[in-house]
Ligand binder design. Structure first.
Ligand code: ATP
Length: 203
């Protein structure tokens, strides 16, 4: 099986690209969705409460806004949160990959923002980076209601796009309209087929 990671930086368009690939019947595992699911688990809520304080828990659930503020305070706090969430996300991801393998699938896409930061890229066969200029991202995320302050703080903790582009097997530039992105997706699909073609039989 060929496992392809799709990444970028916050707001560069990973989710939009993944949605387009899902529409083409590709199997996409969304690591953000897995993280959200994991953050709702009782044992994880408890661990977060212990690490970040009771104020981060409301009615037995994680208060995401408060947790975000605490976790983004400094690198160590973010690391503490990541140590709780990431190993579980990775296990859930491999379980899903195994399920796909058992079904005889030969291509799987992983959509995740921190594929390079967490070292996950080393476990994947190929990586694709979605690259967008910072000003364009600011505009797009403003519409989504994210403050510039939060955005810059999150970007600060991520590896710069240029570095990710250099490491990637393929880069999609998403600075234009959605229609332009769709054209790029056609090319990406051809490349994915080519990569998939290097697998002769299900493992
Ligand atoms: P996050 O890291 O926050 O999950 P992301 O990389 O998954 O972000 P998206 O959610 O796909 O990024 O895109 C960010 C915002 O920009 C969304 O509101 C999306 O609809 C919009 N967007 C993405 N690509 C384009 C485009 N080519 N033209 C206009 N808007 C776009």
């Amino acid at each position: 099986m060929i496992i392809v990671g799709i990444t970028g930086i916050i707001g560069s368009g990973k989710t939009t690209v993944s949605r387009m690939l899902k529409n083409k019947e590709l199997d996409v595992i969304d690591l953000d969705a897995l993280a959200k699911h994991i953050t709702a688990m009782d044992e994880v809520v408890e661990e977060i409460g212990k690490a970040f304080g009771k104020e981060c828990i409301k009615d037995g659930k994680v208060n995401v806004a408060t947790l975000r503020q605490r976790a983004l305070q400094d690198r160590q706090s973010l690391q503490t949160l990541e140590d709780i969430i990431h190993p579980r996300v990775r296990r859930a991801m491999w379980n899903k990959i195994d399920e796909l393998r058992e079904k005889g699938k030969t291509l799987c896409v992983i959509d995740g923002p921190l594929i390079f930061e967490t070292g996950l890229y080393k476990e994947l066969d190929k990586t694709v980076v979605i690259s967008t200029g910072q000003e364009t991202i600011k505009e797009r995320l403003k519409i989504r209601g994210m403050s510039e302050e939060d955005l810059l703080r999150i970007m600060d903790f991520q590896i710069p796009l240029k570095e990710k582009e250099e490491k990637a097997d393929y880069v999609i530039y998403n600075n234009g309209a959605v229609e332009d992105l769709e054209k790029n997706i056609k090319e990406l699909l051809e490349l994915l087929k080519k990569w998939e073609g290097t697998v002769h039989a299900p493992e």
